[in-house]
Design a protein around this ligand. Structure first.
Ligand SMILES: Cc1cc2nc3c(=O)[nH]c(=O)nc-3n(C[C@H](O)[C@H](O)[C@H](O)COP(=O)(O)O)c2cc1C
Length: 172
């Protein structure tokens, strides 16, 4: 087990993966359990996670997103909002904001759990949601908002710069 703050420091976007090292079932489960442990508005978890091992589907995602590492990484996790699930309780705010926040926080937890489990991940947000939905044959009402590549890293990415705290944080 890695110290929590070290886990945060060690998370970097991994864009090269060991293709011949599958993610063990129990590790994938631990990542998914961590994702659903995230907070969500009204505890509604207004999202669906599509976990993909199938190589042809990952290749399709790589093509659609133009991000080749999605084909390399042995698992893709597609986080989809289920806006109506949140809208039933929270109306427009649930539909437009909470569902997206729920899905996003769950994906963030998954990224940290991946690091704690010795895995790497990278967030892919640049894609046409309709194309991804069609490729995955998603039911109406689910909108893909983030894809995580998941696997054993084949690179050690350099830490990327961050804005200074006094620039990002306003103290009052
Ligand atoms: C909303 C969002 C969308 C992103 N989309 C992409 C993407 O389409 N492709 C990609 O390679 N990285 C993507 N990233 C990863 C960022 O580029 C990366 O997190 C950032 O450069 C900081 O680097 P780090 O993750 O190594 O700390 C995305 C991250 C977020 C949070």
């Amino acid at each position: 087990m890695t110290d929590f703050f070290a886990t945060i420091r060690r998370r970097h976007s991994v864009r090269h993966y060991q293709e011949d090292m599958p993610v063990e079932e129990e590790k994938l489960n631990a990542v998914l359990e961590s994702a659903v442990a995230a907070p969500s508005a009204g505890d509604l978890q207004a999202y669906q996670i599509v976990a993909i091992r199938d190589a042809a589907t990952r290749a399709a995602l790589a093509r659609i997103t133009d991000q080749t590492f999605l084909a390399e990484a042995p698992v893709s996790l597609v986080f989809c909002t289920d806006a109506e699930r949140s809208a039933k309780a929270f109306g427009e705010r649930g539909r437009e904001l909470y569902a997206l926040q729920d899905a996003t926080i769950a994906a963030s937890y998954a990224q940290l759990a991946a690091v704690a489990g010795g895995l790497g991940s990278a967030w892919v947000g640049y894609f046409d949601g309709g194309e991804v939905a069609r490729a995955l044959d998603l039911p109406a009402g689910l909108t893909p908002v983030a894809i995580l590549a998941l696997g054993y890293p084949a690179e050690l990415p350099e830490p990327t710069p961050r804005r200074r705290l006094d620039e990002v944080v306003t103290m009052r």
